[in-house]
Design a protein around this ligand. Sequence first.
Ligand code: Z16
Length: 829
Amino acid sequence: AGLAPDSKAERMFGLMDGFLRNDPLSLQKDILYHVEYTVARSRFSFDDFEAYQALAHSVRDRLIERWHDTQQYFKRKDPKRLYFLSLEFLMGRTLSNSITNLGIRNQYAEALNQLGFELEVVAEQEGDAALGNGGLARLSACQMDSLATLDFPAWGYGLRYQYGLFRQVILDGFQHEHPDYWLNFGNPWEIERIHVSYSVKFYGTVEEEVLNGEKNKIWVPGEMVEAVAYDNPIPGYGTRNTINLRLWAAKPSDQDDVESFNTGDYINSVINRQRAETISNVLYPDDRSYQGKELRLKQQYFFVSACIQDIIRRFKDTNNSFDVFTDKVALQLNDTHPALAIPEVMRVLVDEEHLGWNQAWGIVSKIFFLTSHTVQPEGSEKIPVDLMESLLPRHLEIIYDINFNFMEELKKHIGSDYDRLSRMSIVEEGPVKNIRVANLSVVCCYSVNGVSRIHLELLKTRVFKDFFEYWPEKFQFKTNGVTQRRWIVVSNPSLCALISKWLGTDAWIRDVDLLMGLREHAGNADLHQEWQMVRRVNKIRLAEYIEAMSGVKVSPDAMFDVQVKRIHEYKRQLLNLLGIIHRYDCIKNMKESDRRKVVPRVCIIGGKAAPGYEAAKKIIKLCHAVGEKINNDPDIGDLLKLVFIPDYNVSVAELVIPGSDLSQHISTAGHEASGTSNMKFLMNGCVLLATSDGSTIEIIEEIGEENMFIFGAKVHEVPALRKKHAEMKAPLQFARVVRMVRDGYFGFEDYFKPLCDAIDKQGDFYLLGHDFASYLEAQAAADKAYVDQEKWTRMSILSTAGSGRFSSDRTMADYAEKAWGIKPCKCPL
Ligand code: Z16
C-alpha cells in the first residue's frame, strides 16, 4: 500500500520480506528478537517487565508500518485535515489498546503463552501516560481513538510533559502529591523526531522594517527555545488508518545565548541552556482554577508556536497559495488553553507571509473551532497585559488590533451600550488590565461548541449571553462521548464477548448503535444469568484490588456503590459521605431483626484533589476518617464498608468501572458541563444514581428515568433555591449528620470545621441540604431494586443497550460534518 510500483520500491519491499507477519510463530520470533537486540537481555532469561518491553517494541513496529502508509496516503490525497490542539491527553496504557485495535490480540496472547508468559500479567507492567487532569484530557484521548477509527485525516497535538499528573499517596488519610516521572522506565510508544524541530521565540521587541514600500513588523526575540517532535501512533480499529499524536518537548536552542558563550562563562552558559527544558517539564495539576503564571503562559505559547509552524510547513509542502488554506486546514481548540494559536496564525500570515491584514483575518476567522468545557466563569483564563507585553509583545499588538476592529463593528450594531461593549471586549480594563482569553476565542472562532445540550443552554444564557445575542448561529453543541473500544472491549473483555454473542456480531465495536439490539433480550433469563456471571467476576477482581490497596475485605455479594472522579465541591463527594454517615447511623440504631433486611453496601470513592484545593483535600481526609470508623465497627460487619481507592487514574478506572453496580454522578445541577464517566459506567451495565445535570439529562432521555435513580434540584430551580436558602431549614436528619462531623464523631473536628461551615454558615452554595432528602430516597430506591435481582439485571442490560448514543464515534462524526468540514480518507488495505 502506498508504494510506487517502480522496481526500486519493489526491491526495498522484498528486502524486508514484505510486511510484518502476525501469525503467533512470527510474533514469537519478533518478541525474542526485541528481547535480544532492543531490550538487550538474554532470550533464555527475561522477566515480565522485559517481556513487556519486547512486546511493546514488536507492536510499535506494526504501528509504524501502518502509520507510514496512512501518512503517505494522506499526503497523496491531500484532503482537508483536522488539527486537534489540546494541552492535555490522558492516554493511560497503550499496549492492550493497540493490539486490540490492530486486531491481533489473540495472536499475541498465544505467542506469549508459547513463550511462557501471560498477556494480562505482561500488560500490567505498563505505567499510565497521564498527561492531563481529568475529563477534558481523557475526552481528547477517546476522540483520537474515534478519529482514527473513522478514518478521518486528523492530527493530534500536545505537550510531552516530563512529569505527568502527580501520583496521589495517602498517608494517615491525607493526600500527598508525588511526582510522576513517567519517562524513567522508557517509552516505547513514541518516536523521537530529532529533525522535526522548530525555534520558538519569547520576549524581546517589535521593530518595523519597510518591505516593498510597505511597513512590516518584525519581532526580535529575547529568548529562543527549540520544540522537538515526539510522535505517538494512534491506530484505528478495523482499519489500517493510524493517525498521529505529536507531542512537543522543549530543548535548548543552538541559536540562543551565543552571547554568553562568547563572554567565556562556559559552565554557567551550559547550566542556563538547560533551563529551556523547564517549559515542558510539568503539567499544571489544577483542573479549573487559572492563575496568571508566566511559566504556564510560556507553555501555552511554546505549544501553539510549534504546532502552527508545523502545520504551515506541511501546508506549503503541497500548496503554493494561502487562498486554499481554509480548504485544507481546520484547527480545533480544546478549551481556551491553546487560544494563542489565533494571534499566532495572524502574526505568521501578516508578518512572515506578508498577507494583508484583511486577507489574513478572512482566513483566521474561518479555521478555528472552540470547545468549551465549563460553566464556571472563574475557570476562564485571563492573561495580565503586563505579562503578555513582556513575553509576547507582537501578539499583544495583534490582539489589540483584533479587539479594535471587533469593537468598531460591534458599535455599529449595538450603538453606545458601553456596559455591554466593555463586557464583550477582549481587553478587561481595571487596576490590572487583562486579556480575556474566552472573549478572544469567541470573537475569532468560526463556531463555539458546548459539550452537552444543557451546557450549550448555559453558555447561551449565562457565560456567553452577550455573544450569543450577537452571533446566535456561532453557538452549537456536540454531546461528549467515550470510546467503546477502550471502555468495553479492552477493559471488560468478558462483557464484550457476551454482547457479541447475543447480538450475533461484533460489528458494534465500530457501529455502536447496534448495542440497541440488546433491548430485545433484556428480559431473557439466559442472558440474565450470563450477564450476572460476567458482572460477578469483575466484582471479585475489584474486591481483590480493594483488599490489596486498602486492606479492607469486601464481599462481592454487597452492592458496589462507586463515585470516582476529581474531587470538587460541586461534584459533591461530601453529599455522598453525609449519606454514608446517615446509613451508618441508621444501621447502628436498628433492631437486630431489621438489620437482616439491610442491603449490604460497599461504598467506593476515589479521585485526586488539586494540590492547592483545601476543601477538596479535607473531603479526602473525611472519607478516610469515616471509613476508619465504619470499617472497624463490629456492629456493622459486611452491612456497610467505605473504601477510598488511592491514585485514581485511567488504568484504575478500567478495573473499577466494570466492577461497579451503582455509580454516582451527583453534581449540583448546572455545574457539570457534561460528565463522561457516566457514559463509561453506562456502557459497562452499571446503574446510575444521578442528578439531572450535564450529559445525564440526555442519558435519561435515552434509557428512561425508570432505569436510573434520579434525584435533586433541576438546573432551572437552582438559582431560586439559592436565594431562598436563608428561609429554608435543612431536614433534621441532614443537620444531625453534619453535627456528627462538626462534633468530632470522626475526630479532627477543627480540620473538618470549614466543610461544615460552608454548609451551615455560608449559605450551602452547592445545596447539599436541599438535595439530601431526595438523595436518600434515591438511595433507598436503589436498595429496593437491588434486592430484586431480575429487575436490577434488566436495568443493567438496558443501560448498556442505551449507551450507543454516547460513543465518541458519534461526537467526532458530528464535529466533522457540522464544524470542521472534513471527510474520511481511508488508506487502502
Ligand atoms: C475538565 O476536565 C473539565 C472542564 C474544565 O473546565 C477543566 C477540566 Cl480539566 C471537564 C468537565 O468538568 C466535564 O463536565 C466534561 O465532561 C469534561 O471536561 C469533558 O468535556
